[in-house]
Write a protein that binds this ligand. Structure first.
Ligand code: MOS
Length: 737
């Protein structure tokens, strides 16, 4: 009767495949008009003049706004932090400064999108330009330690430098990862509408409705209760829709100026410059080890670019603080360089996916230096104690993942010498990597209402970003109430609902899910209380422990008693029965145990020795993400993450022109992501168990875990095939020739 753990299909699948799910851009409030943004062509300097006369006279134009005419915004709170104030610190179209190429400098509102876009081309701009600063090996030498905005910037446990210096075996290498963009199929779009009473409603493509609400209230000087944010479905987020970006603020102001609902959708080209990206990294990893491969010291340093006005840190060395034991010490730090670009942001999987490429490649180099098998090397350096905090792990499925993954992959048939395995003319390579992923514990509220017809309503301000939220939450609530998932209607994605957390950090199942469990449990308990003591008390005399919630009601099997929710509510003269829950867990770092997700990834590639082309033969991912709530949506998460990781390994990179500091990418044609033809059979194993420390529903983070360590597993497989160690992603043909 229970559905949790079962591979049930998405309850919103039909809506999505029939095109009837309402995405943000599908909305057309009455009298809606369209906005288009004009952007800077230079990356550094200022505008000297912006002539809007011709644009204002163009057909259908309602307003052309520049920094002279755009209403003023309040500054974002300082210091700039990750989720509060949730956005880029430099505010758009407020002054004549230019800090990055593609920065919005004017906004046109017109009756139609085409009219707005056309009028935008008539805006004449004169600049005073200065040379832009870009990120490269040279400017990276000017990197400094930035202020903290998430975790501590530098962490040292023990004395890594001495341990490495004294170690009989050393590996020290530099690894680099490129800028990348999220490339969501659904472009960022905001539709802003003001009510007569001054309430602003934003239909927004966001993974963080409450973050948008808070930032917009601050920047526009509105009481928070006057801002509503709605997002019912998201066509791809991947972290890129977690912050509030300039266009959302501009849409709200434009709607105020023209007194009409305004739709502002970024063009595909603007998706590369007006919203976040993943910043490139230059990482150095040094390992010290005994001759048997036991680590004695680890040092991991990372440098990444940040805009002149914000301090975004890509915490690439984060996972290194927690994943493997090294008795002598572990030292990690991060530096940034101020350059002319917009604010980077989290991109699946921020921090870990970049850092693990460096660390797990270096471990593979250590395996070859010592002659120890890569799986055995990781088993040898497994640790029960989380090195950074000294706390025991709540659960650590690393060993299980390594063993189960190796078995499924057939690792024992691998011959370790590079170039020793072949399939016809192809070189075959097999590589692997381990991974750890951060677990978040965040508060979340939820509400469950039993209706007079015996169905239930679940209300929670969480997000459906493609990961299956509607389905899994309906399962959790349905099981608690004894209802099938399709008898639970779910409302999410609206700041007028009980407040939940952003859909980032792979945290929704563990946290929002816990609040749903609590609310549904509380609603069931209210029904039980009524059945035991209310009018006609149908289950009077039963022990509460003997009462089961099944088939849309309550029953006591031993006594043959049963009452449906519909009947129970009717007997009590109630039209509904509502329970609220407030899940407020201790912050993860304050708990008695360290909570993380774990994985082991195994890759097999074939490399064409003449052309350097790498093709994937197969991938095996073994994951400890705690208890799995839905085996089907979880597997979908995993194959999505593995494909995402394959893109990181072999295809993805955004390119910045060193002369103009512009992203050269303007559409999908110049940015490669995996297609079906690039992806082989993907094998997914779940090895985790209920983790009560992680969440009251036993789940740990899954979605982003599955994209971590795919890249080093593939890079290690490429080395095994070819004997060439590629330390710079992506692994493209020219690097193997
Ligand atoms: Mo994830 S990049 O933290 O949305």
């Amino acid at each position: 009767m229970t559905t949790v753990g079962q591979p049930i299909s998405r309850t919103d699948g039909r809506l999505k495949v029939t095109g009837t799910a309402t995405y943000t851009g599908d909305r057309t409030p009455e009298a809606m008009v369209h906005a288009a943004l004009v952007h800077s062509t230079i990356a550094n300097g200022r505008t000297v003049s912006i002539d809007t006369a011709a644009a204002e006279k163009a057909p259908g134009v309602l307003a052309v706004l520049t920094h002279h005419t755009m209403p003023r915004m309040n500054p974002t709170p300082k210091p700039w932090t990750h989720l509060n104030p949730h956005g880029q610190g430099y505010l758009p179209i407020q002054d004549d400064e230019i800090h990055y190429a593609g920065q919005p400098i004017a906004l046109v509102v017109a009756q139609t999108l085409d009219q707005a876009a056309f009028a935008g081309t008539l805006v004449q701009v004169e600049y005073e330009a200065e040379s832009p600063v870009v990120f490269n090996a040279e400017t990276a030498q000017e990197a400094v330690e930035p202020p903290q905005f998430l975790w501590p910037v530098a962490v040292a446990i023990g004395d890594a430098d001495t341990a490495i210096a004294e170690a009989p075996v050393k590996v020290e290498q530099t690894y680099t990862t490129p800028d990348r963009h999220h490339n969501q199929m659904e472009p960022h779009v905001t539709i802003a509408a003001w009510d007569e009473d001054g309430t602003l409603t934003l239909y927004d493509t966001t993974q963080h409705i409450y973050g948008t609400k808070k930032l917009v209230a601050i920047v526009l000087g509105l009481p928070p209760e006057k801002v509503n944010v709605v997002s019912h479905f998201l066509g791809g987020g991947f972290g890129g829709k977690a912050y509030t970006w300039p266009h959302t603020l501009l849409a709200a102001l434009a709607a105020k100026v023209v007194n009409r609902p305004v739709k502002l959708q970024l063009t595909r080209a603007q998706m590369y410059s007006m919203v976040g990206h993943q910043a490139s990294t230059i990482q150095t990893v040094a390992l010290g080890a005994k001759s048997n491969g036991k680590l004695t010291g680890i040092r991991h340093e990372s440098i990444s670019p940040t805009p002149v006005f914000d301090n975004y840190i890509e915490y690439a060395a984060l996972g290194t603080r927690s994943i493997w034991g090294a008795d002598g010490g572990i030292s990690t730090n991060h530096k940034t360089v101020k350059v002319n670009r917009n604010t980077p942001t989290a991109m699946r999987s921020p921090h870990e996916a970049l850092g693990h490429f460096a660390l797990e490649s270096a471990l593979d180099e250590l395996a070859y230096t010592t002659g120890v098998d890569p799986v055995a090397l990781r088993l040898l350096n497994d640790t029960d104690i989380e090195p950074q905090s000294g706390r025991p792990f709540s659960s650590r499925g690393m060993r299980k993942a390594l063993l189960a993954g190796a078995e499924r992959f057939g690792w024992d048939k691998r011959t370790p010498t590079p170039g020793s395995m072949r399939d016809g003319r192809y070189l075959i390579g097999q590589g692997m990597a381990g991974a750890i992923y951060t677990h978040w514990r965040w508060p979340s509220k939820a509400r469950v209402t039993l209706n007079s017809d015996g169905s239930a309503l679940l209300e929670i301000g969480t997000h459906e970003i493609g990961q299956g939220t509607y389905t899994v939450m309906q399962q959790v609530a349905g099981d608690a109430l004894g209802l099938p998932p399709d008898k639970v209607t779910m409302h999410l994605g609206d700041t007028r609902l009980p407040e939940s957390h952003p859909a980032i950090g792979s945290a929704t199942m563990a946290n929002a899910g816990a609040s749903v469990q609590m609310a549904a449990d509380a609603a069931r308990q209210m029904a039980i209380d009524l059945a035991l003591s209310g009018p006609s008390a149908p289950l009077a005399g039963a022990s509460p422990d003997d009462i089961r919630a099944v088939d849309g009601g309550l029953e006591v099997p031993a006594k043959g008693l049963r009452i449906t929710y519909a009947e129970l509510l009717a007997r009590n003269g109630l039209s509904t029965l509502t329970a609220d829950a407030d899940y407020d867990p201790v912050e993860e770092h304050l708990g008695p145990k360290a909570v993380f997700s774990f994985s082991a990834v195994f890759a097999e590639v074939r490399v064409d020795p003449d052309f350097g082309l790498v093709r994937l033969n197969r991938l095996v991912g073994a994951y400890d993400a705690g208890r799995i709530i839905n085996a089907k949506t979880a597997r979908s998460q995993a194959i999505g993450g593995m494909i995402w990781g394959a893109g990181q390994a072999l295809l993805e990179q955004s390119e910045v022109d060193p002369a103009t500091a512009r992203y050269l990418n303007r559409n999908y044609s110049g940015y490669l992501v995996p297609t079906n033809a690039d992806i082989p059979e993907l094998d997914v194993l779940f090895v985790g168990e209920f983790d009560e420390e992680a969440s009251l529903i036993g789940a740990k983070g899954l979605g982003e875990l599955t994209a971590v360590s795919v890249a080093p597993a593939i890079a290690n497989a490429v080395y095994h095939a070819t004997g060439k160690r590629v330390r710079d992603l992506p692994i493209t043909v020219e690097k193997l020739l």
